[in-house]
Write a protein that binds this ligand. Structure first.
Ligand code: BGP
Length: 462
């Protein structure tokens, strides 16, 4: 039996934009907008407008999730739903009622809410008017929105998160064109990364002004993977060293340590692309670090020395320093195109223990996306043994890290109920619960029944 520490938090993660649907939304976010102008950019032209209908089904959905052993639920409040006037942070009453009802209903079922404030969803008005997080003004508006959430829901929500995966906002929106605003601009991506860290710290500052220490916790959710070099060759090692700074430490260090890695600052400075910052802002970052860290992990990052060299610094992109590397014979989830490598969770656990003050952390997303899951339906239930194996393999590595002293307090699977994916819509399903998107009938999968045992027994038989 692999047993986890007492009070280990078993949960699931989702987000507002991927589950609620667009019902009664007054404002659009960047994805709602992008879909309205270019539906073909989305898998089979399916957008976020219906998603898994959580806006209307939340009562039944939460009940079902609890039946699948989900005792903690991480979701997000949509900025574009809650707020009416973004400058003043006035609210839409419908949205306040909705989120109040959701939180109350969670508590009714003994599901602890973990609430995130930004899951890739920028109100489109702020993107159009100011360039979203390209602008420092928007960092203030985000902090106002966050403060409004603390005021409205902070009596019942004790785990708050400022951002989900800032790195993906940069990669998708400013480097590799898979999220709106679809820009390719290396130097701008550096500034946006800085502004997001600043926005996070400003929100945490508001949090500290409102709550006394220990009462509620605030954190950030980062997609972390130690970057593994393709080989021991100097060029590959150097590539991995930079990629670690860029992909991990650029967010981890300010969030936990309150400052940026010196080596990264020097490289960006030498390349002439360092962000614009003030002493006052750096002070805000220094004084407003997180209490707990969420780690999303799906697949490892492997890199090699850049293959086309030298790339011109006039078109600065982070990949002048590294190229991705596809290791031969790696184990793959072919549907999603991601490598499966559970050992990374152990490496993450040890890295946090040794280099980040052993901060309180949890796995805020981990899961397996599989397409055409109706292939596996037998007697009305998806027989997703592959998902159970995936979770078990990752939990074993996590358990090892915990045994060796890493301060991890929970594991949240992505996801509870199959939900809409940013680019893949419903192609790859991740849920413990199947959503038939034609009938909106939701059924617990084999993994959901297994997860319930896991969560009730606080562990599993190997
Ligand atoms: C993470 C996001 C989630 C979710 C997940 C699965 O990066 O935080 O929102 O989408 O990835 O990825 P995908 O939906 O692309 O299959």
């Amino acid at each position: 039996m692999i047993e986890f520490p007492n009070n280990f938090a078993w949960g699931a993660a989702t987000s507002g934009p991927q589950s609620e649907g667009g019902f009664k939304k007054k404002h659009q976010n960047n994805f709602d907008y992008w879909y309205s102008i270019d539906p073909n950019a989305f898998y089979k032209g399916v957008g976020p407008d219906t998603a898994s209908n959580f806006y209307n089904d939340y009562k039944d959905d939460l009940k079902l999730m609890r039946e699948a052993g989900i005792k903690n639920l991480r979701t997000s409040i949509q900025w574009s739903r809650l707020i009416d006037d973004f400058e003043e942070a006035t609210v839409n009453q419908d949205a306040v009622d909705f989120y109040n009802n959701v939180i109350d209903e969670m508590i009714k079922y003994g599901i602890t809410p973990y609430i995130n404030l930004h899951h890739f969803d920028m109100p489109i008005e702020l993107q159009k008017k100011y360039g979203g997080f390209e602008s420092k003004h928007v960092t203030d508006l985000f902090a106002k929105f966050a403060d409004k959430c603390f005021e409205l829901f902070g009596d019942r929500v004790h785990h708050w998160f400022t951002f989900n995966e800032p790195k993906v906002i940069i990669d998708g929106g400013y480097l590799y064109k898979f999220h709106y605003p679809l820009k390719v601009d290396g130097p701008l991506s550096v500034q946006v990364a800085y502004n997001i860290n600043l926005a996070s710290a400003k929100a945490i500052q508001k949090f500290h002004e409102r709550f006394s220490e220990g009462e509620n916790k605030i954190g950030i959710i980062l997609n972390l993977t130690p970057v593994y070099p393709a080989s021991g060759a100097e060029g590959d090692e150097a590539a991995a060293w930079f990629a670690n700074l860029w992909d991990n430490n650029m967010f981890l260090d300010p969030a936990i340590l309150g400052h940026y890695p010196k080596e990264l600052v020097k490289i960006l400075q030498d390349d002439g692309v360092l962000w614009d910052s003030t002493d006052e802002e750096l002070e805000i970052i220094k004084n407003n670090t997180i209490d707990e860290l969420g780690v999303n992990y799906y697949h490892p990052e492997r890199v090699q020395a850049p293959q086309i060299s030298p790339k011109s610094l006039q078109d600065w992109m982070p990949d002048i320093y590294f190229d991705n590397y596809e290791m031969p014979n790696r184990v793959m989830n072919v549907d999603k195109g991601w490598e499966i490598y559970p050992k990374t969770l152990y490496d993450i656990a040890i890295n946090i223990r040794d280099n980040y003050g052993n901060i309180d952390w949890f796995v805020s997303e981990n899961g397996m996306g599989v397409s055409r899951e109706n292939r596996f339906i037998k007697d009305g239930i998806v027989q997703d043994d592959y998902r159970i194996k995936f979770i078990k393999d990752h939990l074993k590595e996590l358990h090892k890290g915990i045994e060796e002293g890493s301060n991890c307090h929970g594991y949240f699977v992505w996801t509870g109920i199959d939900c809409w994916s940013w680019l893949n819509a419903y192609r790859n399903r991740y849920g413990l619960i199947r959503d038939d998107i034609h009938t909106q009938i939701k059924t617990i999968k084999k993994s959901g029944y297994w997860f319930r045992q896991l969560s009730d027994n606080n562990g599993f038989e190997e």
